[in-house]
Design a protein around this ligand. Structure first.
Ligand SMILES: [Fe+2]
Length: 347
C-alpha cells in the first residue's frame, strides 16, 4: 500500500510517497523551507526517505533536494538532462526507481524545461510542471520549448490511462484532485489540439517572470545556497539579544558589553545606539585583531535590519569570539521603538 502526503508551499506542491510494507519513501519536488516538515512527516508515518527527486530544474522555488540529501545520505535524482552537477542518479525515459515495493516509472516530458519528467506510480501520475490542473507549465523560461511540450502532452502523457490521477508541481487552488480524463475535457490549454495552434498559444501567453527566478536558477542549477538559507545557517549558530534588553544594558553604565555597529560610516553618523563603536561588516575580518583584541569580551553586533549583523556575529563566533551575540532586530526597529539615538562620529 502506498502512503501519500501532499505538502504545499504557497502554490508549489511536493509529495512524500512511502511503501507501507518496507517503510521506504521518496520525496518529489521538495522545497527548501519545508525540509523539517518532510523529515517530521516521514518520522510520523514510520518512513525512511531513500530518494529525493526533482521533476525538473525549478525556476520559481528553491529545491530542498540537496540539503535533504546531505542530511540523509541519500541520492538526488533527476533526469539526465539536468544541468545540476550534484545529481547523484540521472534517469532516462522508461527507467524505473524502486522505492520499496513502489515502482516509479520515468516519462521524459521536455517542454516546460528540457529536463522535465513525469513519474508514473500505480494509479497516479506526478506531472511536475508538464501538466497542471487547468493549465500547463509555461515554455518561456530557460530550455522551454512549446513544440516539445506539445509532443510530451499529446503524444505522451495524455495517451496514458485517462483514469490516472494528476499530481502537479504547482497548484494554486489547493486540495484539487484531477485525472487525465478531466484535464482532457476541461483544461483550457488542452483544447487546442492542433500543433500550430497550441504552439502559437504558448508563445503568446505573456506571463510575468517568476519572482526570485535568478536566485532559484542559481541555487537549483549549482547547488549553491539561497540568501535565506545562508542567513538561516548563520542565525542557527548565534544567540540573540532583544532590543529592550540591549537598551537596559546600554543605559546601565558599567556594563561590560561592546556594542558594534556593522553598518557603513554614513549610516552610523546619522544615528547609532549610544556607546556603539563603528566596525563596518566589510572591514570586520581586517580589523578584528586591532579592534577586538580580547576574545573573551561580550560583543553585540547590530545593523539596519538584523540580517547583516547576524552574518557578522556568526563570523565573530567562528573567529573565536565566543560571547558574540546579534541584535534581534536592527536600527530600524530601534528607531521605531523610540529608543535613544546618538549622532555624529565615533567618540
Ligand atoms: Fe517549473
Amino acid at each position: 500500500m502506498m502512503i501519500y502526503e501532499q505538502i504545499a508551499t504557497g502554490g508549489c506542491q511536493s509529495y512524500l510517497l512511502g511503501c507501507s510494507e518496507t517503510c521506504a519513501a521518496v520525496v518529489i519536488d521538495p522545497e527548501i523551507s519545508q525540509v523539517d516538515r518532510y523529515l517530521g512527516l516521514a518520522a510520523h508515518d514510520g518512513l525512511r526517505i531513500r530518494y529525493l527527486i526533482d521533476t525538473h530544474t525549478h525556476a520559481d522555488h528553491f529545491s530542498g533536494t540537496r540539503q535533504l540529501a546531505r542530511q540523509l545520505g541519500v541520492p538526488v535524482v533527476m533526469h539526465r538532462e539536468s544541468p545540476a552537477p550534484f545529481v547523484d542518479m540521472r534517469l532516462d525515459d522508461g527507467d524505473m526507481v524502486l522505492v520499496g515495493r513502489l515502482r516509479l516509472r520515468v516519462i521524459h516530458t521536455p517542454g516546460h524545461t528540457r529536463d522535465s519528467m513525469c513519474l508514473h506510480v500505480e494509479d497516479r501520475l506526478f506531472t511536475g510542471d508538464t501538466l497542471l490542473i487547468g493549465a500547463t507549465g509555461r515554455t518561456d523560461l530557460p530550455t522551454g520549448d512549446p513544440e516539445a511540450l506539445y509532443n510530451s502532452l499529446f503524444r505522451g502523457i495524455l495517451r496514458l490511462d485517462t483514469a490516472l490521477k494528476v499530481h502537479p508541481a504547482h497548484d494554486y487552488k489547493g486540495g484539487v484532485h484531477s485525472t487525465i480524463a478531466r484535464e482532457l475535457a476541461e483544461n483550457p490549454r488542452l483544447q487546442k489540439r492542433d500543433r500550430a495552434a497550441f504552439v502559437d498559444m504558448m508563445r503568446n501567453l505573456n506571463l510575468t517572470m517568476p519572482t526570485h527566478i535568478t536566485e532559484a536558477l542559481r541555487s537549483n542549477m549549482s547547488g549553491g545556497k539561497t540568501i535565506a538559507h545562508l542567513l538561516a545557517e548563520a542565525a542557527a549558530a548565534v544567540p540573540f539579544m532583544s532590543l529592550a534588553e540591549l537598551k537596559a544594558r546600554v543605559e546601565a553604565a558599567g556594563e561590560n558589553l561592546i556594542v558594534l555597529d556593522v553598518r557603513e560610516r554614513d549610516a552610523y553618523e546619522k544615528g547609532h545606539i549610544p556607546r556603539a563603536r563603528l566596525l563596518p561588516r566589510g572591514q570586520l575580518e581586517l580589523r578584528v585583531n586591532d579592534d577586538l583584541p580580547d576574545p573573551t569580551r561580550r560583543i553585540l553586533a547590530y545593523c539596519e535590519f538584523g540580517r547583516i549583523s547576524t552574518l557578522a556575529t556568526a563570523t565573530l563566533r567562528e573567529l573565536g569570539y565566543q560571547r558574540a551575540v546579534a541584535l534581534d532586530g536592527g536600527m530600524k526597529a530601534w528607531r521605531e521603538a523610540g529608543y535613544p539615538l546618538k549622532s555624529g562620529s565615533e567618540p
